[in-house]
Design a protein around this ligand. Structure first.
Ligand code: FAQ
Length: 309
């Protein structure tokens, strides 16, 4: 059998493609694109919540938040390693991010204005991430699918910590309840955008689904997330900011209003409220870390020389 036939059979049989296997160039390119965007999202995604670490209201909340943000860093590094199994270079991927040649999730281009945002990010953003990523545990590329298993377990903890934080605030003062409602109002629509453009405007979906990289369409996962979130909002006592949101007994799903796709396009092309700041911060961190990478490389070269002698 040719490499191509083996690849086709692997996909047809729902088995995993592994790094040394033959794969079409397009498959490799798509996987590098998706994994890199995902890794960049985790790394840039440290910033909105990271901004609250020094201002967390109690030691307990600070410890939880610190652990969560560290987890995001871990996910990013884990995913860059998965991209490296496809021949990508980590430094090159970082440069592409900083130069605006590769994307990261639109959601991280919004500001975190109060501590309630930390709770709402856990509830809605991690909630959406889980919804999108659980099916990716069955994605056809082995290293990515396996990375997703661990990442999803940690995202579940993140989602619960967010929801628990919001529950606590909702039991607090009227001002705290208002903060939770305000944060929900600001994050709800951007969370729905995390699932990507509508199916009929998603250029990558058909091929990615044929290759079993994606298991469900953008719209199907978005609907799943809406259905999951409505009862959670009710239990919490907040209103989701969508007057069109209502149960549709025929479809057995919630109907919801029109997403502002103009805003989505603006944010993914660099025009969101925090795009410039997020990238500037990442660039600064990269420049500040240059000496560490140089020192590590020099040390490794020295050791290799000693080893060779
Ligand atoms: N933002 O043809 P499609 C997290 C791009 S969770 C920015 O539908 P595809 C955890 C798309 O890349 C967030 N760009 O694309 C966390 C494509 O661009 P290109 C990360 C978006 O790939 C929580 C173009 O639009 N999760 O970080 C977005 O088939 C809390 C056309 O779109 C993942 O990355 C968007 N929202 O489907 C961390 C999950 N949507 O390169 C910290 C893995 C679409 O062709 C705190 N990724 N685009 O120019 C996926 O499942 C998919 O890549 C989709 C997009 C569903 C995101």
């Amino acid at each position: 059998m040719t490499g191509e036939q083996v690849f086709e059979e692997t996909i047809a049989k729902d088995q995993r493609v592994e790094p040394r296997d033959w794969m079409p160039d397009g498959y490799r390119k798509t996987m590098i694109r998706q994994i890199a965007q995902h890794a960049h999202s985790e790394i840039i995604g440290m910033q909105p919540e990271g901004a609250w670490i020094t201002r967390a209201p109690t030691l307990r909340r600070k410890a939880i938040l610190l652990a969560k943000v560290q987890d995001e860093a871990g996910h990013g590094l884990y995913l860059y390693s998965a991209a490296e199994t496809l021949g990508a270079d980590r430094g090159d991927l970082t440069r592409r991010l900083i130069d605006g040649r590769q994307k990261y999730s639109s959601i991280f281009n919004y500001p975190t204005l109060t501590f309630a945002d930390v709770g709402v990010i856990g509830w809605l953003v991690d909630g959406a991430a889980i919804c999108n990523q659980v099916p990716l545990c069955r994605s056809s590329y082995g290293p990515y699918a396996r990375a997703m298993i661990r990442i999803c377990k940690e995202e579940s903890f993140h989602q619960r910590q967010g929801y628990e934080l919001l529950m606590t605030m909702m039991r607090g003062t009227a001002a705290q309840r208002e903060m939770v409602q305000d944060a929900t109002d600001r994050w709800w629509w951007p969370s729905l955008m995390m699932f990507g453009p509508p199916d009929d405007e998603s250029p990558n979906s058909a091929q990615s689904m044929a290759w079993k990289i994606k298991r469900h369409s953008n719209d199907d996962l978005r609907q799943r997330f809406v259905d999951m979130s409505v009862p959670q909002a009710e239990a919490l006592g907040v209103t989701l900011p969508d007057p069109a949101l209502r149960w549709n007994a025929d479809r057995e799903h919630y109907d919801f209003g029109e997403i502002d796709w103009v805003e989505f396009k603006r944010v993914i092309s660099g025009g969101g409220p925090m795009n410039a700041e997020r990238i500037a911060h990442r660039r600064r961190a990269d420049e500040d870390g240059a000496w560490v990478r140089e020192a590590a490389a020099a040390h490794a070269a020295k050791r290799a020389k000693v080893g060779a002698a």
